[in-house]
Write a protein that binds this ligand. Structure first.
Ligand code: NOJ
Length: 767
């Protein structure tokens, strides 16, 4: 039997003996790969001391790149001792083959059992070559492209010694004040689930032991995206229906896609911190969903349970987290210091420790780390793979697919390629750093293609660049140094003068990449600083403005929507940002992105999302001033500025002939839906055809619309295609407040169109 274990000789011999003994007892049985791994893990656990087992549950940060508050006093010395003594199961933020090999060597060669480390890192949207931020990728609704993007990230990260990413973030959020919306897939559980699956598949591939795949981590379990008032790390207070129907589905999808790990959230749920939440971790994740991987805490989230006022002290926190089912401790130093005594005192059953260790070792075996702990440390591969030109092509493709055309009056876009005077304005237009976003810890600063550079590739026009106004940087990476928004208007005049002579003005405005992301919640999501004023000043002299937005979250751009003829949502698009934007502006790429998150008109509307409840007093005529006792605002429209799913193209599409194959269905029947879509414009274009349902009466009231299917399809000018959707009980059912999925008979409406403001509807009965 090849046990594939070449490490510490003592361990190897022991496992071999145990595995062989078992085999002799059952010589007619052939073991599956899973069984073999289980046997190896069991054998290893049997020879581990309690201390060594707890060591596997301990994760330390590397010696640089802290992505959370660094424990006071620093303890590099202690970390080294612990590595040598087999008291560390994982390191995070150690990167590069040399560094990874060095830490791996300490545990493999110096610790008693030589159990390799699993090396984690925040590979969020690429490693060195960066894709668009995840929210932008979600706007592509292109699952194949998203999977490919995660594959590229895994390829580069694995070549740098990393074998585990803390991604995808699958938190659903309805609050753009929360800076981390940039890291997720937006507001919808169906789209979020599809994207979670694509990302897990992209990172993990079909074979986790392949050298170019890495373990994924669905985070943050659970409900972190519902932090009250969008304030980072805040309390969460949502009901069970929202938990089960909105928050949990993407996690469930990730588990179904065999995600190897999950990460706790910083928030509490219903008064219990997620890290110590037995209901979430044991009842739902490990029992109901039968999750086989392991759960890592978030950075220091175990000891923060004391600060929450849930645990008395660090010992209590370690106890509560371990019992609840958190398997590995990221930088709380709680498990390594407290668990042994808790077991010796009989407060924690050693079986809980064994279970956690079993989960952790299983993933290490599956990654092939026991076959060769240095398998991700091949310097030649590192040189070859990182920044490989193929990756640039892949992230450029993803960047183009992520762009959303929000508005395009009088076909101001695409721009003519020749003979025009163009003026490009905005500090962000000349930015080679901001498009990399705030999660770029391995990538080199200032390596993005700026919009200016991208547009300079097109030489037929006269292009002039003027900064106009600076953009604030916000919290810089990993410091709390808040840069005050600049109020400097001294460059306005030059920009306005230049704009007055232009045929078309392209203005790149929005947020700097460091203004969204973790720890970057905002109470004002207008264009930061004096950018709005600049926009209005330029508009006074030239109305032919194309506004290109750079941002990590929906912004409130009501004025721009009322006045500016063309608006392009270009997020933070990563390394190839400027090339992608220029190709879209010049029409070499016809945009097809759709918003994964609603754009509010003003901050007071938040949370605003398409799949809301009807209320008992819905307003049908939103503009009627005589309505008082109805669900509305008296000082603002209730509708969003741009709804979920919205996005235009340089061509137009018409939807017709929505048909169901029957009027009445049994609960186990497929519902076949067809719709015709025609490209009614002059150029080839892609459209995301969206299917929504509404369950008109149910034991728990259902949203006015729920996305249940989408198809990305390309049509030549004049072409018509029939799109086919199948709905079944998975799409028509919902979770009750006990978390059970149920299907109820009744009347359902369906809606089809190019956004959540759908074009066509029909109805059927389910009996
Ligand atoms: C805290 C973040 O919440 C989490 O998403 C991240 O993976 C860890 N820090 C590690 O950097």
């Amino acid at each position: 039997m090849n046990i594939g274990f070449k490490l510490n000789i003592y361990t190897a011999v022991t496992i071999l003996l145990m595995a062989c003994t078992d085999n002799q007892n059952s010589n007619t049985i052939t073991y599956s790969k899973v069984d073999q791994t289980n046997k190896k893990v069991d054998s290893l656990i049997k020879i581990m001391t309690l201390k060594e087992k707890i060591g596997q549950m301990n994760q330390y940060n590397g010696f640089w790149d802290a992505t959370g508050p660094v424990p006071e006093g620093g303890d590099a010395e202690k970390k080294y001792e612990h590595l040598k003594n087999g008291l560390v199961g994982s390191m995070l933020s150690v990167r590069g083959t040399k560094a990874v090999k060095a830490v791996q060597k300490i545990v493999v060669e110096e610790s008693r059992l030589g159990i390799p480390l699993i090396i984690g890192f925040d590979v969020i949207h690429g490693y060195k070559t960066l894709s668009p931020i995840p929210l932008a990728e979600a706007a592509s609704w292109d699952l194949e492209a998203i999977e490919k993007s995660a594959q590229v990230a895994a390829d580069e990260a694995s070549a740098a010694g990393i074998n585990w990413t803390f991604a995808p973030m699958v938190d659903i959020s309805r609050d753009p004040r929360w800076g981390r919306v940039m890291e997720g897939a937006g507001e919808d559980p169906y789209l979020g689930s599809k994207i979670a699956t694509a990302r897990v598949k992209g990172f993990q591939g079909d074979d986790l032991s392949a050298v170019n795949t890495i373990a994924a981590c669905a985070k943050h379990f659970a409900a972190y995206g519902f932090s009250e008032a969008g304030k980072e790390y805040n309390t969460v207070d949502i009901g069970y229906s929202t938990l089960h129907n909105i928050v949990l589905p993407p996690f469930k999808a990730a588990v179904n896609a065999d995600v190897k790990t999950l990460m706790n959230a910083f928030n509490e749920y219903d008064g219990v911190p997620a890290t110590g939440n037995t209901y979430l971790l044991r009842d739902i994740l490990k029992n109901k969903w039968d999750f086989k991987g392991f759960v890592i805490s978030d950075w220091a989230s175990i000891k923060e349970m004391v600060v929450w006022g849930y645990a008395k002290d660090r010992r209590d926190a370690a106890k509560l987290a371990a019992i609840a089912g958190s398997d590995m401790d990221m930088e709380s130093h709680a498990y390594i210091n407290e668990l042994e005594q808790l077991v010796l005192d009989g407060i924690i059953d050693e079986a809980i420790i064994d279970e956690a260790v079993r989960r952790i070792l299983t993933v290490k075996f599956e990654l092939g780390l026991f076959d060769d702990p240095y398998r991700y440390c091949d310097e030649a591969r590192e040189k070859d793979v990182i920044n490989n030109p193929k990756h640039k092509d892949a992230v450029l493709d993803m960047a183009k697919k992520s762009i959303v055309l929000l508005k395009n009056e009088n076909n101001l876009l695409p721009l003519n390629k020749k003979g025009m005077n163009l003026v490009l304005i905005g500090a962000l237009a000349d930015e080679d750093n901001s498009p990399l976003g705030s999660w770029r810890i391995a990538s080199k600063d200032h390596t993005a293609v700026s919009v200016l550079e991208g547009m300079q590739q097109y030489e037929g026009n006269n292009l002039v660049y003027k900064k106009g106004a600076d953009v604030s940087i916000g919290d810089t990476e990993f410091t709390n140094e808040l840069k005050i928004n600049t109020a400097d208007k001294s460059d306005f005049k030059e920009a306005v003068d230049a704009a007055s002579m232009a045929d078309v003005v392209v203005m790149v405005l929005g947020e700097h990449g460091f203004q969204s992301g973790e720890g970057r919640s905002r109470t004002d999501i207008d264009l930061p600083g004096v950018q709005q004023e600049l926009l209005e000043e330029v508009y006074k002299v030239n109305k032919n403005i194309v506004l290109v937005l750079n941002n990590g979250r929906p912004l409130t751009i009501n004025w721009a929507d009322e006045h500016i003829p063309a608006i392009v949502e270009a997020w933070q698009l990563g390394t190839q940002s400027g090339h992608a934007i220029a190709e879209v502006l010049y029409g070499d790429y016809n945009p097809s992105g759709k918003l994964p998150m609603t754009f509010p008109r003003n901050i007071g509307q938040i949370p605003i999302y398409y799949n809301h409840k009807n209320t008992g007093r819905p307003v049908s005529d939103t503009k009627n001033p005589n309505l008082v006792f109805w669900s509305h605002y008296s000082d603002s429209e209730s509708t969003p500025l741009y709804p979920f799913g919205h996005g235009l193209s340089y061509t137009t599409f018409e939807y017709k002939n929505l048909k169901l194959d029957k009027d009445v269905y049994n609960s186990d029947e497929n519902i076949n839906i067809t719709v015709d879509i025609t490209n009614t414009g002059k150029v080839t274009g892609k459209e995301v055809v969206q299917l929504y349902i509404r369950d008109l009466a149910a034991s728990i009231s259902r949203p006015v619309k729920e996305l249940k299917g989408f198809k990305l399809t390309e049509l030549q000018a004049g072409e018509t295609k029939t799109i086919h959707f199948i709905l079944n009980k998975d799409g028509l059912g919902f979770y009750n407040n006990q978390g059970d999925f149920i299907l109820e008979p009744g009347t359902f409406k369906i809606f089809v169109g190019g956004s959540s403001y759908t074009a066509l509807d029909a109805q059927f009965e389910l009996q």
